[in-house]
Structure formats: structure tokens, C-alpha cells
Write a protein that binds this ligand. Sequence first.
Ligand SMILES: [Zn+2]
Length: 204
Amino acid sequence: MNPLDRLIAFYETFPGVGARQARRFAFHTLMMGKDDVTEFSRTIAGIQDTVIGCTSCRRFFAAQGRESECRICSDSSRDRSKLMVVERDSDVQSIERSGVYDGMYFVLGGTMPLLETKEKKVLRSNGLVHIVTERLSEGLSEVILAFSINPDGENTARYVESVLVEPLNGSTVAITHLGRGLSTGSELEYADPQTIKSALENRG
Ligand SMILES: [Zn+2]
């Protein structure tokens, strides 16, 4: 494969990018100034060393030193009795922006689509079981499932509930859903702070 085709092929692996857009990205890259391309490639080359996954909630954060937990997980003032499970990193940002949640998070890394796809393999269900088991001894009382209000989000909630049956067996931990207050088809990522606030207050 020649270098241009290889670049197009890389862009094509990005979520939501088709063949035509991948070609546009590749040609845009060719048109960028040499300094910009150098900076761009340097940023990509170093990204996995500087931005790491939090060992607790799994979201990505820019580590300043040798810390392994993000700012939220290492904040001792947060309520460790609540664990909110979300699809993506951007959902954490949306909830944080709303300023109405003071508990902990876990980023599942995607959804469990109704139709089987390869995505199942990348969901961090083992990591979730591990964290839930660990938090049980630290007073965990509620797991809040905060997925999109659509068939895939609902299927993901069912999946997570089934995964948590065993670790929560015999405990009094409640599993709640951040469903009510969000309209059908809505995604957390695009919900405004007021909507998130009411969805959180009316969870059940
Ligand atoms: Zn974290």
C-alpha cells in the first residue's frame, strides 16, 4: 500500500468516518504546512504516553506525574457510595458540567447493541465487576446506569444488570436508571445541565 492509501486507511478506521471523508482528511493532511504536520504527528506519537486510562473509572486523563487515578477518582470529598456507569468519557464531562453529581464513575467503553457486533469484546465488564466488588467493602449503596435512551442503551443496561447479578448477590446495593427526565433517543453527551439534573433527581 502506498503512503497516501495507508493514511486514508487509517482515517477510515475512525468512528463515523467513511471512505470519502477519509480521503478528504488525507488530502487535507497533505495540504497542511510542514510544521503543522510535524506537530500533529508528534502529538499522535506521544498521546498514549501522556494521556492514560484511569485505573479506577477508566476514563482517559492527562497525567501530570506518575498518578494512576484521575482527578475525580482521587478526590476524597466525592461520595464513594454511588457509582455511575456511563458509555463514554464524554458522558462524564457532561455530568460533571451539570455540577449535580458528587459520586464516582465507571466508563464502560461503549454499548451492547441489540444486534451482535464486535463491540462486545471491548466493553469493560470485567473491570466493572472488579470495581463494584472492591467498592462493596467501601460502602457502595447504589449503581446508577446512565446510558442513552434508545434500544442499544436499554440493551446495555440489561447486559450490565446481568453482569452485576453475581457480584451484588446478597448485598443491598440498588441499581437505578438515569432514564426518566431524558426523552427517548437522547444521549447524555448532548443533554443540557438542567436536563441531566432532572434525570438524576428522578432516577429509579
Ligand atoms: Zn478516574
